[in-house]
Design a protein around this ligand. Structure first.
Ligand code: SF4
Length: 681
């Protein structure tokens, strides 16, 4: 249904030699078709049309003909969710600063535009020049979570690129994925060419060099194949080419191992780690969105990594060690960025921003700088302690003291020991007391249910903590508010909980109803919950192996898109897809794994020793906690040896925060909706 949109015929899609010619360096800009003229008449008929237009402040339009390599960087969700993503903006700048490369961006079209695109043969297009995906050399896709997998297939298919890597030729772009979900890319193995492990900055340059040299060699007349290109990419540290590995299974269905089948590729693919954030001061020129997005602010990453050791937190585990940005660099980036972009909010980003060793001086200096202006400051993640309230007071000098968010994650002391979230109930109550007495009006607390070893009494302790904080709130003012936000836990690879069974949606629903019932007499205490079914697909894709790939394809063919969006009938579609392909949740999600079982990501090295993760899993089950290794002893997790870096523990003039007891929020913030991932680096 095209509504009343006037139809402009789409340019013909060139094939064979004509397409190959377009992808060679030195191509005239007009040779690669552009689709804006076809798209423009359709825009009044679709939701949020400005997301497809491009032209934002700080977008870069490079000379197509002059670029030796052309990248299309993609966040596989809508513009409003993907645009603020720091990872894409960093790589966009890194690539566009290279004199030989060009990078443009793409996001997933919402279903209304997809309908038009399919009817009129409009391919997946770039925002900058509306050129088609197939005309680029590299399709670089960030996967901050698993719920964009079907969108990735859809973008490839719409972009006239075969969804199966084995069917692609040298006329097709190389499909490279990165981001946290790339640490287990096995459910996507047949669809991707390369998965990149770890920090993206340097490895992107390395990939770009390989692609450029490969194109040069072809121009020089060398007879090369796509296999040759992938073989060269497999030599880049941090690059995993799934086609060069084979998964072998025991008769009972357990994985035996995933082994190289091409000589010379590594049996254990290491992750890349940027050693000094000071050398990578990106993004400098943040793109100002054209339309509403989930985060409209100037963001600066103040440090990378986390060593708090929360056992559920994949981000914290795979980004070790901690690397801080110098306070004066943060200040400079913010000053220049605010001036350049005109944003009136600044977000200090990291997995646990209050843990920067100089956060006090960073906050004070920025607050001094912007006092009396319209620029406000925010810490997206917050620790459960009074220091955090002081910090928030400082940051809120320009604004009203409205809401503070904390993430105790679990309700009972025992459960917090299991997940290694070092915060006591006293911490939370004291923090609430300080916050409300200093004029804050609303506290929101994040929790999870479905955690390993959880009993009903642990679940009810969430309600209990909510009620106690609510009593403090009411003591300080009848209008004060408290919200408890509860989601279902999804075990992730490369964490101590990677062996755990996941709760079914029915288990989660029952636990949520226990909380709902327990707080029913406290009308002002708000409970916010996720749809328990949301975690089903995320869990399957997080820990699935290559046998899950047919279900991904089947789900996409049945219409699955935007799997993290409430609007989409995701679970029905996926249930059908799993039935059709024989994929069982009981096997992939609802059973505990044993110590000796091979895991689908064992050949991908996050730096963490599997034996250390297993020990930590045992500690979890006996309620043993570990301090933050940044401030105490090293537990030999495996990450630091081999890197010529150590954790940053404080700059001159900075100060170290107390170690214990100081719960923190942030790294495990409740997954609620697609926007929860949008600011990830
Ligand atoms: S090797 Fe030691 S210091 Fe480094 S992250 Fe692991 S436990 Fe911490």
């Amino acid at each position: 249904m095209l509504g009343s949109a006037p139809v402009v015929p789409a340019p013909q899609v060139p094939r064979g030699a004509a397409r190959a010619a377009i992808r060679r360096p030195g191509t005239l800009a007009d040779d690669a078709p552009r689709y804006f003229d076809v798209l423009e008449p359709l825009l009044p008929t679709v939701r949020k049309p400005a997301q497809y237009v491009g032209g934002e402040h700080n977008q870069v339009v490079s000379d197509w003909g002059a670029a030796a390599t052309r990248w299309l960087l993609c966040y596989p969700d809508t513009y409003e969710v993907g645009q603020p993503n720091q990872g894409i903006q960093i790589l966009y700048e890194v690539l566009n600063e290279r004199s030989t490369a060009l990078a443009e961006r793409a996001y997933a079209p919402w279903v209304d535009l997809e309908e038009h695109m399919r009817a009129l043969a409009i391919p997946t297009f770039s925002l900058e020049t509306h050129r088609p995906l197939w005309a680029f050399d590299v399709f670089g896709v960030t996967l901050p979570h698993e719920l964009g997998h079907t969108n990735l297939l859809n973008l490839l298919d719409l972009g006239d690129v075969p969804i199966h890597a084995a069917e692609r030729t040298l006329e097709d772009p190389v499909v490279v994925v990165g981001g946290h979900a790339a640490f287990n890319p096995e459910p996507l193995a047949p669809f991707i060419d390369v998965a990149v492990m770890g920090d993206g900055e340097q490895v992107t340059i390395d990939i770009d060099d390989v692609v450029r040299a490969f194109k040069d060699d072809r121009e020089q007349g060398q007879q090369l194949t796509r296999h040759d290109l992938l073989r060269r990419l497999a030599d880049v540290e941090g690059c995993y080419v799934p086609a060069f590995y084979e998964a072998r299974y025991h008769e009972d269905g357990r994985l035996k191992q995933t082994v190289p089948i091409v000589s010379g590729v590594p049996s254990l693919v290491p992750k890349r780690t940027i050693q000094d954030l000071e050398e990578w001061q990106y993004p400098r020129k943040q793109i100002v969105p054209m339309t509403e997005t989930v985060h409209e602010r100037f963001s600066v990453e103040i440090f990378r990594g986390c060593t708090r050791g929360c056992r559920f937190c994949q981000a914290g585990m795979i980004t070790r060690p901690v690397r801080e940005r110098r306070p004066e660099t943060v200040q400079k980036i913010v000053e220049e960025g605010v001036k350049d972009t005109g944003f009136n909010e600044v977000g200090l980003l990291s997995l646990s921003s209050a843990d920067h060793s100089a956060i006090g001086s960073i906050a004070r200096d920025l607050a001094d700088e912007y006092e009396g202006t319209v620029t406000s400051l925010s810490l997206p993640s917050t620790r459960v302690d009074a220091f955090n309230v002081t910090l928030s007071n400082e940051l809120a000098r320009n604004g009203r003291r409205t809401g503070l968010t904390f993430a105790p994650e679990a309700g009972s002391e025992r459960m917090r020991a299991v997940i290694n979230k070092m915060v006591s109930e006293q911490d939370m109550l004291r923090t609430a007391e300080v916050a409300f007495s200093e004029g804050w009006r609303h506290i929101k607390m994040y929790f999870m249910v479905g955690l390993p070893t959880e009993q009903d009494e642990d679940v009810l302790a969430i309600a209990d903590m909510g009620i106690r904080v609510y009593e403090i709130a009411r003591k300080h003012g009848r209008a004060n508010k408290v919200t408890i936000s509860v989601g279902g836990f999804v075990p992730k690879p490369h964490t101590p909980f990677q062996w755990a069974r996941q709760d079914s949606p029915e288990d989660i629903k029952r636990k949520l109803s226990l909380i709902r019932h327990a707080i029913k007499d406290h009308g002002g205490l708000k409970l916010r919950t996720n749809d328990p079914e949301e975690g089903v697909i995320e869990g399957l894709l997080a820990r699935g192996d290559r046998r899950v790939a047919p279900a991904v394809e089947r789900a996409w063919r049945l219409g699955a898109r935007f799997d993290g969006w409430h609007e989409m009938p995701t679970l029905q579609t996926w249930t059908q897809a799993m039935e059709d392909t024989g994929v069982e949740l009981d096997w992939f999600s609802y059973r505990e794994r044993g110590e000796n079982e091979a895991l689908p990501w064992d050949h991908l090295d996050s730096g963490l020793e599997k034996s250390w993760l297993w020990e930590d899993w045992q500690d979890a089950q006996s309620d043993q906690q570990l301090d933050d290794c940044r401030w105490s002893e090293c537990y030999d997790c495996g990450v630091c040896p081999g890197l010529s870096i150590q954790h940053d523990t404080g700059y001159d003039g900075g100060f170290a925060l107390p170690i214990l007891p100081s719960g923190l929020g942030g790294c495990g913030d409740l997954p609620t909706a697609p926007e929860r991932y949008a600011s990830g680096g």
